[in-house]
Design a protein around this ligand. Structure first.
Ligand code: G3P
Length: 216
């Protein structure tokens, strides 16, 4: 399973990349807005840190505008993936961008029917938002299960990218279901490595080591 960082913060991205932990980065307008820097510059900086798919989201909501923005975004770096909202105009744009060989990540997906349409339109990635579904008392993971099954049944090459990840269980369940990618905030990525028994065990090993007679 590929792990992406869902962040536009260069400090977080650098740190996760230094540990060799991330295969790509996803951003969205809300994450970019937090950084207070020009969008294209920020995406270019991220591309310099991580050698993998970097999702940059369009803000147009009409097909022509989305295609225009997408063509500009991929000029920033060859790893840029154009993030497109799952609306009918977005699907038209995905069809056109995919004909031009431009990779897309279809975002704001909340159902398997939406994901089926995105795959048929030629999306490279589909981003179902599991956390936001859980927030409204729906099982986000059920949607992942349906999408993975449907894509397998019909041999779609669109990669399932578990998004809106809020905790490690979302990653575990996504991986068990065979999702291709999970994108997560920095804090969740760090939680994946954490186990209290590791910390307790290490503390004990080091304490025991200290009991050794010191050699001169
Ligand atoms: O980048 C899209 C997605 O991961 C957003 O997550 O936590 O705002 O629902 P969240």
């Amino acid at each position: 399973m590929k792990l992406f960082l869902d962040s536009a913060n260069l400090t977080e991205i650098r740190d996760a990349a230094a540990m060799g932990l991330i295969d790509g980065v996803t951003t969205n307008p809300s994450l970019v807005a937090k950084e207070g820097r020009p969008f294209a510059q920020l995406i270019a900086d991220i591309c310099r840190i991580v050698d993998g798919p970097i999702s940059a989201e369009v803000t147009a909501v009409d097909a022509e505008g989305i295609v225009r923005e997408g063509r500009e975004l991929v000029k920033i770096h060859h790893n840029v993936v154009v993030k497109v909202p799952l609306i009918p105009e977005g699907l038209k744009a995905v069809r056109q961008l995919s004909r031009e060989g431009i990779k897309t990540n279809v975002t704001l997906c909340f159902s398997s029917t939406q994901a089926l349409l995105a795959a048929k339109a030629g999306a490279s990635f589909i981003s179902p938002f599991v956390g936001r579904l859980d927030d409204i008392s729906e099982q986000g993971m059920d949607v992942i299960k349906q999408i993975v099954t449907i894509y397998r049944n019909y041999g779609f090459s669109t990669q399932v990218l578990v998004a809106s990840v809020r905790h490690p269980l979302h990653v575990v369940e996504g991986a068990m279901l065979g999702a291709h990618v999970a994108t997560m905030p920095y804090a969740v990525l760090m939680q994946l490595a954490k186990h209290p028994l590791t910390d307790i065990g290490l503390k004990k090993f080091l304490a025991d080591w200290e009991k050794l007679p010191k050699t001169v």
